[in-house]
Design a protein around this ligand. Structure first.
Ligand code: NAP
Length: 250
């Protein structure tokens, strides 16, 4: 039997219809959590995931919502608290790429990536602030990226968003530390999801050369570290950025 370490806990995950978010949702449900999650456009897979969570005997709620919309985030968190009674864990996972060299990067591509990847983290963290303060506990885990630490040519918008997420994580961790709310980030390297599926073979080959372990990660390998940070085992950790990257950044 799976260890039910999240029994009675409620998790909210942004962008969980696919990829890493979906792996986190399933792993949390396996560990006993009720799971609310958002998606933007993948309705079918979002609904299938909700059913998958319920099949594990957990409650689930699925919200079609644009994570970059401040008022939607606020309303959604209020609904989760009303329906589930609390929000114990927030995972800010929703993210996109719109890669290109700066010379060719449009203002729209800049804004879309910053709004989806960074503003969303502000939106949802601010929205859970009050419920977590009143219950005097909470875990917030932000999905960053190793490129937010190292930089990456052709991804100025994405890297700026992820470096922003890291700075935000550390600042809010300091603000909330005395309130028993821990805020940490996970920085994945190269993970097998639709996001990286867009890269061509020569780009993938070049990336593999940068990974000491010479392989990419499965979404579940990222989810396992998120689960650790969301658990009481990590109660004395806050403001940290854990790289899960096969040794890329060391
Ligand atoms: P993915 O497979 O492309 O899935 C992205 C998820 O985000 C989808 O569920 C998508 O919903 C959702 N989403 C996108 N825009 C949204 C919005 N505006 N509002 C709400 N949800 C939105 O990506 P992934 O690889 O799992 O990435 C998950 C996170 O990990 C991202 O923050 C990404 O930057 C980060 N990351 C990924 C890698 C990697 O190698 N894959 C590496 C480092 C960091 P729809 O399906 O409805 O569009």
């Amino acid at each position: 039997m799976t260890n039910q370490i999240f029994n009675g806990k409620v998790a909210l995950i942004t962008g969980a219809s696919r990829g890493i978010g979906k792996a986190i949702a399933l792993m949390f449900a396996d560990a006993g959590a009720d799971v609310a999650f958002t998606y933007l456009s993948s309705k079918e897979s979002a609904e299938a995931l909700a059913k998958g969570i319920q099949a594990k005997g957990r409650k689930s709620a699925v919200f079609q919502s644009n994570a970059s919309d401040f008022s939607q985030a606020n309303e959604l968190v209020q609904n989760v608290v009303q329906e589930f009674g609390s929000v114990d864990v927030l995972v800010n996972n929703a993210g996109i790429t719109k890669d290109g060299l700066l010379l060719r990067m449009s203002e729209q591509d800049w804004d879309a990536v910053i709004d989806t990847n960074l503003k969303s983290v502000f939106n949802f963290t601010k929205a859970v602030y009050r419920p977590m303060m009143s219950q005097q506990s909470g875990k917030i885990i932000n999905i960053a990226s190793v490129v937010g630490i190292t930089g990456n040519a052709g991804q100025a918008n994405y890297v700026a968003s992820k470096a922003g997420v890291i700075g935000f994580t550390k600042s809010v961790a300091k603000e909330l530390a005395s309130r028993n709310i821990q805020v940490n980030a996970v920085a994945p390297g190269f993970v097998d999801t639709d996001m990286t599926g867009k890269l061509n073979d020569s780009q993938k080959e070049a990336i593999l050369k940068l990974i000491p372990m010479r392989r990419t990660a499965k979404p579940e390998e990222i989810a396992a570290v998120v689960k650790f940070l969301a658990s009481s085992e990590a109660d004395y950790m806050t403001g940290q950025v854990l790289c899960v990257d096969g040794g890329m950044v060391m």
